[in-house]
Design a protein around this ligand. Structure first.
Ligand code: SAM
Length: 269
């Protein structure tokens, strides 16, 4: 089911080609970032799953499996879970499959991602027990239309890096989680070791630009990943942000020399 949020994030008009915009200007300025990010994800939504598998040489599947294992470890009896920046809904479906009593709210700013998530739910409808426990909705993870302390679990897969204000997103996570609730985030981070950072960003930029050009004739739609990491924080800085905003970080699993991290945290009681 799709619901429209009153505070739907701003976007650039569809007549504007994303490649004609200076991506760094948009990423640097929190008042502009969302206007670039949402239409970009609208463009790539239909091929997003294929891209992430190709781009990560299949590693994304293993990282997401680890994320679901973290949710199960932390909240096996959860009733209410929130999948922020849900994209095409693979984590939402995986949470519903892993936790038989849970109802999942899956939120994304991109209407086309929500369309893709709903198509996944139609496919999953063979397993009605799963699809009936998932509700999709267009929304902004920095201004959620959800009550305080209403969730046992909050998950965000590659979400925080894409919002204009990571602190606001973390505050919303803390607000909607009940005390003692579990937060699991998976994302790319800016590696602290500069030679490795340069190499990783070089690969991500080269591969992203190539696939963006081949699939969409617009290199920026995937070249964006490297740019967004360059403008983002390290996994250590994200741990510190969580601790400042009312979480206790219990475990951080790192991959790709700190370029990928899975944070498991609990909302302070
Ligand atoms: C890289 S995708 C991640 C999708 C999915 N969670 C996954 O793990 O594959 C990032 C998602 O963040 C969404 N997003 C960006 N800004 C957002 C915001 N302010 N609120 C909610 N979702 C947002 C995008 O539309 C996009 O679907």
């Amino acid at each position: 089911m799709v619901e429209q949020y009153p505070n739907e994030p701003a976007t650039v008009p569809s007549s504007v080609r994303l490649g004609s915009l200076d991506v760094d200007t948009y990423l640097r300025d929190p008042t502009l970032k969302q206007a670039f990010v949402t239409p970009m994800f609208d463009v790539i939504a239909p091929r997003y799953d294929a891209f992430t598998r190709l781009f990560s040489f299949g590693m994304d599947v293993a990282w997401k499996r680890e994320a679901i294992a973290a949710v199960v470890r932390g909240a096996a009896n959860a009733q209410a879970a929130l999948d922020l920046a849900c994209g095409t809904g693979d984590l939402a479906v995986a949470i519903a499959r892993a936790l038989p009593a849970v109802h999942v709210t899956a939120v994304d700013a991109s209407a086309q991602m929500i369309v893709a998530a709903d198509m996944r739910l139609v496919d999953a409808a063979r397993d009605a027990d799963v699809s009936l426990r998932i509700r999709t909705t267009i929304g902004d993870m920095t201004a959620l239309n959800l009550p305080d302390a209403s969730m046992d679990v909050v998950m965000a897969g590659y979400g925080v890096r894409n919002v204009p204000d990571a602190t606001r997103a973390v505050r919303e996570m803390a607000r909607v989680l009940r005390p003692g609730g579990v937060l699991v985030t998976l994302d790319f981070y800016r590696p602290a070791f500069s030679p490795w950072r340069a190499l990783l960003l070089w690969y991500l930029s080269l591969a992203g630009n190539a696939v963006g050009w081949l699939w969409h004739r617009d290199p920026v739609v995937y070249g964006y990943i490297a740019r967004s990491i360059e403008h983002f924080m390290s996994w250590q800085a994200f741990s510190a942000l969580l601790e400042r905003e009312g979480f206790h970080v219990q475990r951080v699993t790192r991959h790709l020399g700190g370029g990928i991290a899975l944070h498991e945290a609990r909302r302070n009681t």
